[in-house]
Design a protein. Structure first.
Length: 214
């Protein structure tokens, strides 16, 4: 009851913060995915390079997000820029690993058959390897998206956009009027964003993955 009372009259503000949060998550996952695929394509044919990149991406996931955010404050200050860079960095990591694994798992016989009919390396990558690896890549994108939607709340510490401001303002005022409702509203809206994004990615998979690969 108290939660609905808090939401009523604040719909515009909550809608704007939700839009900011979703937009930041979408943009950083998109940029992170593009960077990740480019890096993976550059190394997957080289066993040592692929192994080092896989290991590095997994180790990098252990970096505390707040620590990285604090380091980015020095050159970029408060606001959107350090928030975006931190989130894009973490967004790329699951996708890099999945893209390398997916590309390296394409059967060699298919690649050799494509070479045998005169396909160039680039054409093999675009028409054989990436489509075959797409289900694994998409799984990485889904993991990345769920992670980033949650981690994006942290950027409120550096005056970044999104719903994190509701959560941290509420927690800092626990015991005060509407403090719990503020934090709970922010949390529930973040969960809602994560569910919507995941549903859209599932739909994307159904539209783009061949039935023979699913």
């Amino acid at each position: 009851m108290h939660l609905w009372s808090y939401i009523r009259g604040r719909e515009e503000t909550l809608a704007f913060l939700t839009y900011q949060h979703a937009s930041l998550a979408f943009q950083t996952v998109l940029v992170g995915t593009v960077v990740a695929v480019v890096v993976a394509v550059g190394v997957y044919r080289h066993p040592l390079g692929a192994a080092l990149t896989l290991t590095s991406s997994r180790v990098a996931l252990t970096i505390p997000s707040l620590a990285l955010l604090a380091l980015l404050l020095v050159p970029f200050g408060l606001g959107v820029v350090p928030s975006f860079l931190m989130l894009a960095f973490f967004a790329a990591l699951p996708v890099i690993g999945n893209t390398i694994v997916g590309l390296r798992s394409v059967p060699a016989s298919l690649v050799e058959a494509a070479q045998g009919i005169g396909f160039s390396r680039r054409r093999i990558l675009l028409t054989v390897e990436l489509p075959m690896a797409w289900p694994v890549i998409l799984t990485g994108i889904r993991v990345s998206t769920q992670m980033i939607v949650g981690v994006a709340a942290i950027v409120a510490y550096v005056l970044g956009p999104g719903l994190g401001s509701l959560i941290f303002n509420g927690l800092s005022r626990l015991g005060g009027a509407n403090a719990l409702e503020m934090a709970l509203t922010g949390t529930l809206l973040i969960v809602l964003i994560a569910l919507v994004f995941d549903a859209l990615l599932v739909l994307l998979g159904r539209l783009t993955i061949s039935k023979g690969l699913s």
